[in-house]
Design a protein. Sequence first.
Length: 338
Amino acid sequence: MRRRLRQKRWIATGVLAALALAVAVLILARPIHPGAQLAVITGAGAAASCASAPVAARQAGYCANTLSSTVFNASTVDMGLTTNPGFTWYFYGWYNTPTAANVKVNGSNAVVGESGDSFQATLSSATKTAIAPFYRGVAFGGGGYFEVTASFTAVSDPGNPNWEGPLWTSALEPMVPLADYQWVGQTTGPPPYGHFFEGDVIEYFQGKFGNPLGQYSATSHDWSGQNNSHDEADQHPIRVSQESFSHPHRYGMLWMPATVSSDGKVCYYYDGAQQACTTYRQFTNDGAQSPPSAGQGWEYGVIDIDHLVLIMGCANEHPCTINSVQVWQASAADNLRN
């Protein structure tokens, strides 16, 4: 997935022209996933792009800034619930009727409420539509580094049914659903026996479950089963000061897919510093690897065939302020966009 592009000096201008032509032919001949965008960054442009990337992205070779969201207004957030193309953020709308009542856009930030099980005012990078391909927006595939800059008031409120979730991710596959949601070799139902990944970059539970007020959770989930009845979770408690949540900090997730010869990993970051990782071997949805996922070396590896939707939502009583969302990838070639 990651490429290093090197420049070489050639004396003959004819060689330079031939090389440029060859590169152009390779780029044009490369197959593009339906609905995907292609970002090709070469030479000095790649170096300049990588220089501005977060360290974790740069070290992974993720030099293409495929999403840079720092402006939140009626042009970038679908406040009218139109599901029209052209917005960066939509209202979640996958399992409910969304409302814009508890989201405020202020130009330089968005103030977001209502998370938990209702998701009514939650912003996401993709939402449901009534006509094919049954989604609008973008879902990210093939690996990347995902980062939100956010703040909220950290208080003890364990009775609140909602919680703070400035950024989490979930596969588009079960939402549409797409073909790779079906775990090959298992019952097609209905309902189908599904399999997908969820990565929670930051969740703050306001003292629920006995969590300290100076701690948030970053969690990898491997969901499977009919009606997604099985959840294997690799939860990472991350300690910071309670007061720090009130100020903008960067919360990140690095996804590096597995190969035949190397493990994949999902790592979580706080202000650019790695806090914890989930590692896995390559998963292929061909029926050879069957449930349950628990304890298998390829547990969590389903992420590599998924396309991640970015989701943001916090409690109405303690809304979160989103200042920036950034995504860095090798390219946008494996993303799905409509």
